[in-house]
Design a protein around this ligand. Structure first.
Ligand code: FBP
Length: 551
């Protein structure tokens, strides 16, 4: 097989482990904290998770562990969108299992959770694992977005677990996938099965975090990859001095990625969806904010700049959120009728009278190309697919209009030429940074210790991440501890609470203190490509967000 020089070099990289996990497996014991409670809606969540609610947190310590050398059969699932480091979670899990007992087996469920439902597995051998160490992607077994939710799907999952004689299932996923892991853990216990379920916190979006999960894996590498590209755009535009670059960045709901990239590159404008929602900014207010920077910079004869836009922005602008909700409900009510309308004019005609006047007027105001994106196929949950709405183009169009008006009024005399970009898929399968390689390997290894220690319904946790890896603290957090009830499909469902950007948190406050200067002056930073070999401060540094959160 042809492999790149970097891939070959990365095979040789030995991920760093926390000191408690690095020695002999016989010396890893578990210390438990006090019983835990759900984030909110405690009584209802206790009722749903009768067998698995309220377990204590677990931390690994040096000490004796009689159970650890048991022969185990484990199945692993990669769930949801790709995130750099998934292969290392599997490698850490595999190495832990084999180090403790070479007879243990690791199965990979193919294509995501549907692999468990349909019993589609592959046995993961050392040769196969070695081909994927320290590489990006989820291609070792593939991923998928199937949710295990119907009684039949739970039954089939149990059937697979029994057929394979599984001691445990490891779910590598985001908030939704780990909510699923918690429900599966509960279902297995409630149905007399000994198959344990352990989760691992994955998502480039960075919105699966709390006091025990300092960051989800993949966020570090994805942000560094986008920041390299944004830094390159900053330098290009500072050289040519003729374009404003509008860059939309992935992160379905939360703006963590945009904020981290702003720290790494210091663009002229970075929009933060959570602030826009909290301050009830309208689309016009946002356009004004961008134009203010363009006008100021034009005054300094700098007719160029960079604007960062979080992917989920449209859903946080109150008037667009209202429009999206109305569209979702109206289309869901008469889905067959709506899908039978094949052209945009018919669709708009059908919607007039069904949407409120304000929402209809807003939709009509958008350029047709953008309005059509709001009417595209819904996702399996009936929601508009925000990543397919070209917010960056919508903003450019509105900014251009506003600047023309300002020009006519003599308020602006600069030149405006723009280019749009969307960075998302480019970062999800990058070679994991050293941080993600180490963190993921440690998460996988911790998952093995949680399994060997007989625990179920836990999320693998590795903390103290701004310290050198040897000082990281590994253990597990009960999944029910992260839950609350949220409205889904018309009823209250237990879900892991999504962590959005906190407006009173250190990262946002730091950004807020700097953005006025960035909006006017050229203050770009050029982080460059992720470095895998070289000085620690260049190769092993965690994200700025993580550092600020630790201060
Ligand atoms: P996860 O939440 O599953 O980690 O996926 C995150 C993400 O990359 C989002 O940033 C993006 O909106 C979405 O997946 C894109 O989904 P798809 O891969 O289905 O196009």
């Amino acid at each position: 097989m042809d492999i790149s020089a970097l891939q070959k070099a990365r095979y040789a990289y030995v991920p760093k482990l926390p000191a408690t996990l690095a020695g002999s497996v016989d010396e890893i014991s578990v210390e438990f904290g006090s019983p835990t409670e759900a984030v909110s809606d405690k009584e209802e969540i206790r009722e749903i998770f009768k067998n698995t609610y309220g377990k204590p947190t677990a931390i690994f310590k040096k000490g004796k562990n009689d159970k650890i050398r048991r022969e185990l059969k484990v199945g692993v699932i990669l769930s949801g969108g790709q995130a750099p480091g998934g292969h290392n979670v599997i490698a850490g899990l595999f190495d832990g299992l084999k180090k403790a007992n070479p007879a243990s087996t690791l199965f990979g469920f193919q294509g995501g959770p549907s692999g468990l439902i349909d019993n589609k597995t592959v046995t993961l051998t050392k040769e196969r694992i070695d081909e994927y160490r320290n590489t990006g992607g989820f291609d070792i077994i593939g991923s998928g977005r199937t949710k295990i939710e119907t009684p039949q799907q739970f039954e089939s999952s149990l059937k697979t677990a029994k057929a394979l004689g599984l001691d445990a299932v490891v779910v590598i996923g985001g908030d939704d996938s780990n909510t699923n892991a918690a429900l599966l853990a509960e279902y297995f216990v409630a149905n007399g099965s000994n198959t344990q379920v352990i989760g691992c916190p994955k998502t480039i979006d960075g919105d699966l975090k709390n006091e025990h999960i300092e960051t989800s894996f993949g966020f570090d590498t994805a942000c560094k990859t986008y920041s390299e590209l944004i830094g390159n755009l900053c330098r290009d535009t500072n050289s040519a001095k003729k374009y404003w670059h509008f860059v939309k960045l992935m992160g379905r709901a939360a703006s963590h990625i945009a904020l981290e990239c702003a720290f790494q590159t210091q663009p002229n404008v970075c929009l933060i969806s959570e602030e826009i929602e909290a301050k009830h900014y309208s689309l016009d207010n946002i356009v004004d904010q961008v134009c203010a920077s363009i006008v100021k910079r034009a005054g300094n004869s700098e007719n160029f700049g960079v604007v960062l836009i979080p992917e989920g922005l449209v859903e946080f602008i109150p008037e667009i959120k209202k429009l999206i909700n109305e569209l979702n409900d109206t289309i869901a009510d008469e889905e067959d009728k709506f899908t039978s309308l094949h052209n945009f004019t018919d669709q708009m005609q059908w919607l007039s009278g069904r949407l409120t006047d304000v929402s209809y007027a807003l939709l009509k105001m958008f350029p047709q190309e953008i309005a059509q994106q709001f009417l595209m196929d819904r996702d399996p949950h009936g929601n508009v697919q925000v990543s397919r709405i070209e917010t960056e183009k919508l903003l450019v169009g509105m900014v251009e209009k506003k600047l023309n008006i300002m020009k006519e009024r003599g308020q602006y005399s600069g030149k405006f030429a723009s280019l749009t970009h969307f960075f998302g898929y480019e970062g999800r399968c990058a070679f994991p940074s050293n941080f993600d390689s180490d963190y993921c390997y440690s998460l996988g290894y911790s998952a093995f210790v949680l399994i060997a220690s007989g625990l179920t319904g836990y999320l693998s946790s590795v903390k103290n991440l701004t310290a050198p890896a040897g000082k990281w603290i590994a253990g597990g957090v009960p999944l029910t501890m992260m839950m609350n009830l949220e409205q889904r499909h018309g009823s209250k469902k237990p879900v892991i609470k999504k962590a959005l950007v906190l407006l009173d948190g250190k990262p946002f406050k730091t950004f807020e203190a700097k953005r006025a200067e960035w909006a006017e002056k050229t203050s770009y930073l050029f982080p460059g490509a992720i470095q895998y070999f070289g000085p620690t401060e260049v190769c092993d540094a965690p994200t700025v967000t993580l550092k600020l959160e630790h201060e």
